[in-house]
Each structure stands twice: as structure tokens, then as C-alpha cells.
Design a protein around this ligand. Structure first.
Ligand code: TYD
Length: 215
């Protein structure tokens, strides 16, 4: 199976993903970007992982429930199952309809959390990513970077802590390091923005600049 972005797949609209550690602000910025693009007359689908489909919502509950005790291999299979449904039923059909698709998390989350955080074998996770995404790679990924101490505090202020947020600081440190590594390895696709000391407006402005250059 070959890896291809939406544009390389023959679609004329971009597939954009938002990534980052806990509390990085993905939901806020992906929602604002959707509004911005719609203002430019685009048709936009905003979706997320895990939980972008009906079956995915059940999988999300299993994965995020702090009472779930999951073997790390079971966990990565559940993320892969969620993604298979999501790509087949939501993402590819929307791209085929000519919509820009924005996903809050995608394959890079699995690399950062399951390889970096959980320390699962790299070849297993990359293979599952390829199969579950059907070879689809984002055209553009916005990585919102934040140090774990800062991000976890932001996430805790939002309310109940999920199964990942309650992981130890070391885990979140490894997740962030993995994100930084994949950003260095994929400079054309992954654009990183430091969110620690930047206002929401400044971050949004940086995102719009990146988008305006790309589409
Ligand atoms: P998240 O979007 O952060 O949910 P919320 O913002 O509502 O808390 O995603 C849920 C969690 O799932 C997050 O901690 C990251 C984790 N995750 C993985 O570990 N691997 C993956 O492949 C994906 C998509 C998410």
C-alpha cells in the first residue's frame, strides 16, 4: 500500500490535521480554522479522532474512560479500528465531495502516544497506521506544541481528567518529544507553533498564514 496525501490522491481539496499534547488548544483552533475557511467560501468538514463515527464514539468511550484497564496492544488496535471507520465512512467521502477535511488528531497522535508514550514497537504502530488510514497522509499538519506541565494544567481546568490525562508526567514528556521528532522529520508537512506564551489570536494568525500559503 502506498502513502498518499489527499491532493496526491487526486482530490482537489486539502486534508488538514491538528496535533499536539494534552491542553495544546487543538479544539479551539480547529473550530476557528473551519469558520475562517468557510468565510472564504470553502465547504469544510471538521471531525476528530477517536470518535469521528458512530462506532468510533463507543471506541472513544472505552479508550478514554479512566476505569478502563487496557493492554497497550489492545489500545493501539482500538485506535486503528476507530481510524478505519473514520477514514472509510467520513474522511474519504468528504474529500470526494470536494470538501476540505480538518481532523482533530490523526496518524501522528498514534506515533506520539503509542510509540513515544507507550513505547510500542515502531514497525507495528506504523503498519497499523498505514492500514487503518488506507495510506492516507495529511496534506498539512498543524502541531500545537506545549510543555506537559503547562498543557496538563490547562486540560485539568476544563474538568474531568481522562485515562490519558491521568498518565504520569514522564509519559507526557515522551509524547511531546516524539511530536518534536516527527516535526523535524517532516518539515514540509508538519508546521509547529509554540503555544506556551502565545495568545489565541496570535496562534490563529500564524495558522491562517500557513493555510493561506498552502491553499
Ligand atoms: P483528545 O482529542 O485529546 O480528547 P479531548 O481533547 O476531548 O480530551 O484525544 C483523546 C486522547 O486519545 C488523547 O489523550 C490522545 C489519545 N490518542 C492516542 O493515544 N492515540 C491516537 O491515535 C489518538 C487519535 C489519540
Amino acid at each position: 500500500m502506498n502513502s498518499r496525501s489527499a491532493l496526491a490522491w487526486g482530490q482537489n481539496k486539502m486534508f488538514i490535521t491538528f496535533e499536539g499534547p494534552e491542553g495544546c488548544g487543538k479544539s479551539t483552533h480547529s473550530t476557528r480554522l473551519k469558520t475562517y475557511l468557510e468565510g472564504r467560501g470553502e465547504r469544510v468538514l471538521l471531525t476528530r479522532e477517536p470518535g469521528g463515527t458512530q462506532i468510533g464514539k463507543n471506541i472513544r468511550d472505552l479508550l478514554l474512560d479512566p476505569r478502563s484497564v487496557l493492554d497497550r496492544t489492545t489500545e493501539v488496535y482500538l485506535f486503528a479500528a476507530d481510524r478505519s471507520e473514520h477514514v472509510a465512512k467520513i474522511i474519504l467521502p468528504a474529500l470526494k465531495e470536494g470538501k476540505i477535511v480538518i481532523s482533530d488528531r490523526f496518524i501522528d497522535s498514534t506515533i506520539a502516544y503509542q510509540i513515544g508514550g507507550r513505547q510500542l514497537p515502531e514497525d507495528l504502530v506504523r503498519y497499523l497506521n498505514m492500514v487503518s488510514a488506507k495510506g492516507l497522509v495529511p496534506d498539512l499538519t498543524i502541531l500545537l506544541d506545549v510543555p506537559p506541565q503547562v498543557g496538563l494544567k490547562r486540560a485539568a481546568q476544563k474538568g474531568a481528567v481522562d485515562r490519558f490525562e491521568k498518565e504520569v508526567l514522564d509519559f507526557h514528556g515522551r509524547v511531546r518529544e516524539k511530536y518534536l521528532e516527527i516535526a523535524r522529520e517532516n518539515p514540509d508537512r508538519i508546521k509547529m507553533i509554540d503555544t506556551e506564551k502565545t495568545t489565541i489570536e496570535d496562534i490563529q494568525e500564524q495558522i491562517r498564514k500557513i493555510i493561506d500559503e498552502k491553499c
